[in-house]
Design a protein. Structure first.
Length: 397
């Protein structure tokens, strides 16, 4: 540990194409997805001795399936890194990948590490069903099995019912709160698909996406080039049958994917022999009522900007996770100084997908690459988090 806070740089960032639920990546174990992005990231900095990596921190929201037993350590071993490289897995649900980046940033800033890999992984396709252990042996009755793909399960009866509504119902509450109608949500979703499709056509993702060996998946699988206002309008509400506005079309899909970033201090940076993509400036995490989880980024972004002594007018790049169109639009409504035109220029999670533990790392890496392509600027990445939290991170170049 040193007597000063050290600058922390994002040297590189990679991710897989994002697969849809039951799609191209469904046959790949999450620990193998994680190992692939770690291996690919290290391979892109050949001057760096892998034995110099102080830690690998990965986010994962499930932990109940093949990613159990600390998927970060499994990724280190499966990627062929020296066994001396440790690994830790963190869980902040939808922001787990960003939490991994934040923990790596803090370790480096405080002098506890010099070179850290951070990222996240999720296979929602392979998330298992789980069976609670009976309170006593040999139960005579039927036992309930739970899916671990998404949302509440085995809920504590002491939790107030209004806090344990589904994520989709939470999006409906935000739509009500801010008067966000179905047409506005569908238009937002359509724009997400159009921007993502255009970004892939123009090669905007070429610097960060590393295809998964043995899998035929050339781009993010959930992008719908052929969708239209009429196609979106024809979809039925998914969570409220009567008067609902949230549909499968204006929600992020269940997804599979992994992402990893290389973070270094100045000493580590010199060892890589590379120019960094961006520097981490500040971070923030906040809490909110669990049923209004989608508005979690509102205060997190404000706090992160305040710590960085920046305002919305100075932000040039912003990646906001689109859990639902209503959720993203609700955040916009509470950021009157934000220009929505700078948000998610290459499409967001409604089109790209939202593999829970991966998304925070994907967003952070996307902002870093956009700043590098621009040559300068201030970037934001932020996510809402189930059970009522928000997390944000400010990058600069």
């Amino acid at each position: 540990m040193t007597d000063r806070i050290r600058d922390v740089y994002i040297v590189d960032a990679v991710r897989t194409p994002v697969g849809k639920y039951g799609g191209a990546l469904a046959g790949v174990r999450p620990d193998d997805l994680a190992a692939h992005v770690v291996r690919s990231l290290v391979g892109r900095s050949p001057a760096l001795d892998p034995g110099r990596i102080d830690d690998v921190v990965l986010g994962n929201a499930n932990g109940a399936g093949e990613e159990n037993r600390n998927v970060a350590r499994m990724a280190v071993l499966l990627a062929g890194l020296p066994v001396s490289v440790p690994g830790a897995t963190v869980n902040r649900l939808c922001a787990s990948g960003m939490e991994a980046v934040v923990q790596a940033y803090r370790a480096i800033a405080l002098g506890d590490a010099s070179v850290v890999i951070a990222g996240g992984v999720e296979s929602m396709s392979r998330a298992p069903w789980v069976l609670p252990k009976p309170e006593r042996a040999f139960p005579a009755g039927h036992q309930e099995m739970y899916s671990t793909t998404l949302g509440w399960r085995m809920t504590n009866p002491a939790m107030p019912p209004q806090w344990t509504v589904s994520l989709g119902e939470g999006a409906e509450l935000i739509a009500e709160k801010h008067g966000i109608g179905r047409a506005e949500q569908d238009a937002f979703a359509l724009a997400s698909h159009e921007k993502a499709a255009r970004a892939w056509r123009e090669g905007a993702y070429a610097a960060e996406v590393v295809p998964v060996p043995g899998v035929s998946l050339a781009r993010d699988e959930s992008i719908r080039d052929a969708t239209s206002p009429d196609a979106l309008a024809a979809l039925k509400p998914a969570f409220r049958k009567d008067g609902g506005t949230v549909t499968a079309g204006n929600s992020s899909p269940l997804s599979d994917g992994a992402a990893a970033l290389l973070l270094c201090d100045e000493d580590g940076l010199r060892e890589t022999g590379r120019e960094p993509l961006a520097r981490v400036r500040s971070t923030a995490v906040t809490g909110i009522e669990p049923d209004l989880y989608g508005l979690g980024p509102v205060d997190a972004v404000r706090r992160a900007l305040a710590k960085a002594r920046r305002c919305f007018a100075e932000v040039t790049h912003f990646e906001l996770n689109e859990a639902f169109a209503a959720q993203a639009l609700g955040c916009f409504a509470e950021w009157p100084d934000l220009d929505p035109g700078i948000v998610n220029p290459r499409g967001g999670a409604i089109a790209v997908g939202h593999p829970l533990g991966c998304s925070g790392a994907r967003l952070t890496g996307a902002v870093a690459h956009q700043l590098a392509a621009a040559g300068s600027g201030t970037g934001l990445a932020a996510l809402c988090i189930g059970v009522g939290q928000g997390q944000a991170l400010v990058l600069e170049r």
